[in-house]
Design a protein around this ligand. Structure first.
Ligand code: HEM
Length: 504
């Protein structure tokens, strides 16, 4: 007990010295820092601002302090950018300077201090990882190779829903089945594998561990220990749990997927001429470009970056269509007239369906899955908007506010896909307009956009073609309350939805 107290006192003293040193360094350098609430020693702005740094709260601060403001969260600097011009500066003009990532005590555990791709600093390792991942994941060839698989997965969802009698009456939690579909879409690419049903024990285990990883990483509850080192001993239990989840997860990826694939390939059963992503990564490992841990961290990244984000976006899209029956009918009409009633949408069709594209864009605008992008960071002291940004600051681009600010958009609070066919017809999801960055733009932008957009089109298209999507009996709308995390945004409640099959 005494030892623990002594440790806390020592850590406290050490932190106070570090903070004093940092403050004097900042003062010594005569930094012109961006505006923001006045910080107090040790805690900075944490006591005023609290833990919940979600996109809406940060928008309120932007209204008070301007398009760039600085929060001092304990020992960490957090600069928040809220205008298209400054977003351009961070992501494009000074893309190298701001192209690194911050991590925190929890992400350090889940990424092995940046041995992955998503959370590594901008440099050699990131370039190598991005190059190795490009061929197996991020080219048009991958779309050509896998789109029939995604269509088969969406068809299986339609079949399974039709087999559930309650889906047409009291309704089902559609998300559960869509989650299986998204795992299958990505596990086909990664390992040439799929899971038969939601009850598959391996799927259940995987889903639980990934869910726990996301909950632990996205939660705000560990902020205090990250911001204020003096408090870190209180986080010991939390960090231990993170470590356990991380180890169990990587072991699961290794034992059940990576090693299984190696066995299959060595017995030549897997040699059907088509390489899956893991084969490319193991080849890179054999060449000595990356190590076994890097391979597992790539699998880790895809499990989170690809599956959850796309699933959340599908879920948001369905929720908006249920709550806007007139938009749903208009979309169904487009599918029926362009493709013919009952002719099932495939990937090449998605380009012929402008209203479907507009529905997807509008979903990604209003319900941005990563509303603050993945945090960026400057390795060295930098300048932004006429202010100094101290080295290693966390830079958040409030992409949600850029796409929902009434100064830039007509009635942004309305779910109105027509805007992307009318006044915003030139705006694409690939970042051709700095007001609309659902996938970011520039060096650290989302390479998965090439897969995400067709998967969204196929899935939403097939559901609307085959069913009338309605709220459960007795409800006129489904609840679209949001749940924000460190940088994520998903629907709070996985709603029950009624799916009435259409007859053709
Ligand atoms: C609707 C679905 C998706 C959305 C909304 C989304 C959004 C994003 C955003 C906002 C970023 C950060 C950009 C930045 O920090 O500037 C990102 C990064 C990333 N995404 Fe996605 N993403 C989606 C799907 C996918 C998919 C399907 C994959 C993989 C197959 C993927 C892989 C990645 C990777 C690897 C990064 C990190 C890039 C880097 O740090 O260099 N994402 N994504």
């Amino acid at each position: 007990m005494d030892l623990l107290l002594l440790e806390k006192v020592l850590i406290g003293l050490f932190s106070a010295i570090v903070v004093a040193a940092v403050v004097s360094k900042l003062r010594g350098k005569k930094f012109k820092l961006p505006p923001g609430p006045i910080p107090i020693p040790i805690f900075g702005n944490w006591l005023q601002v609290g833990d919940d740094l979600n996109h809406r709260n940060l928008t309120e601060y932007a209204k008070r302090f301007g398009d760039i403001f600085l929060l001092r969260m304990g020992q960490r600097n957090l600069a928040v950018v809220s205008s298209p011009d400054l977003a351009k500066e961070v992501l494009h003009t000074q893309g190298v300077e701001f192209g690194s990532r911050t991590r925190n005590v929890v992400f350090d555990i889940f990424t092995g201090k940046g041995q992955d791709m998503v959370f590594t600093v901008y440099g050699e390792h990131w370039r190598k990882m991005r190059r190795i991942m490009t061929v197996p994941f991020f080219t048009n060839k991958v779309v050509q190779q896998y789109h029939q698989g995604w269509e088969a997965e969406a068809a299986a969802v339609v079949d399974d829903v039709k087999k559930m009698p309650e889906s047409a009456t009291t309704g089902i939690v559609l998300r559960r089945r869509l989650q299986l579909m998204m795992y299958n879409n990505m596990y086909r690419i990664m390992f040439d594998r799929r899971f038969e049903s939601e009850e598959d024990p391996l799927f259940v285990k995987l889903k639980a561990l990934n869910g726990e990883r996301s909950r632990l990483a996205q939660s705000f509850e560990y902020n205090y220990g990250d911001f204020i080192p003096i408090l870190r001993p209180f986080l010991r239990g939390y960090l231990k749990l993170c470590q356990q989840v991380k180890e169990r997860r990587l072991q699961l990826f290794k034992d059940y997927f990576v090693d299984e694939r190696k066995k299959l390939v060595s017995t030549k059963q897997g040699d059907n001429g088509l390489k899956c992503a893991i084969d490319h990564m193991l080849e890179a490992q054999q060449k000595g470009e990356i190590n076994e841990d890097n391979v597992l961290y790539i699998v880790e990244n895809i499990n989170v970056a690809a599956i959850e984000t796309t699933l959340w976006s599908i879920e948001w899209g369905i929720a908006e269509l249920v709550n806007h029956p007139e938009i749903q009918s208009k979309l169904r009409h487009e599918l029926d007239t362009v493709l013919g009633p009952g002719v099932q949408i495939t990937e090449p069709d998605t380009t012929k369906l402008p209203y479907l594209q507009a529905v997807i864009k509008e979903t990604l605008r209003l319900r941005m899955a990563i509303p603050l992008l993945v945090p960026h960071m400057n390795l060295h002291d930098a300048k932004l908007g006429g202010f100094d940004i101290p080295a290693e600051s966390k830079i958040l681009v409030n992409a949600w506010w850029l796409a929902n600010n009434p100064e830039h958009w007509k009635k942004p609070e309305e779910f109105r896909p027509e805007r992307f066919l009318e006044e915003e017809a030139k705006v694409e999801a690939n970042g051709n307009d700095f007001r609309y960055l659902p996938f970011g733009v520039g060096r650290r932008s989302c390479p998965g956009i090439i897969l995400a957009l067709p998967i969204l089109g196929i899935t939403i298209g097939r559901l609307v073609q085959n069913f009338e999507l309605l709220p459960p009996p007795g409800q006129s709308k489904i609840d679209t309350s949001e749940k924000g995390g460190q940088f994520s945004l998903h629907i709070l409640k996985h709603s029950t939805i009624v799916l009435k099959p259409r007859s053709f």
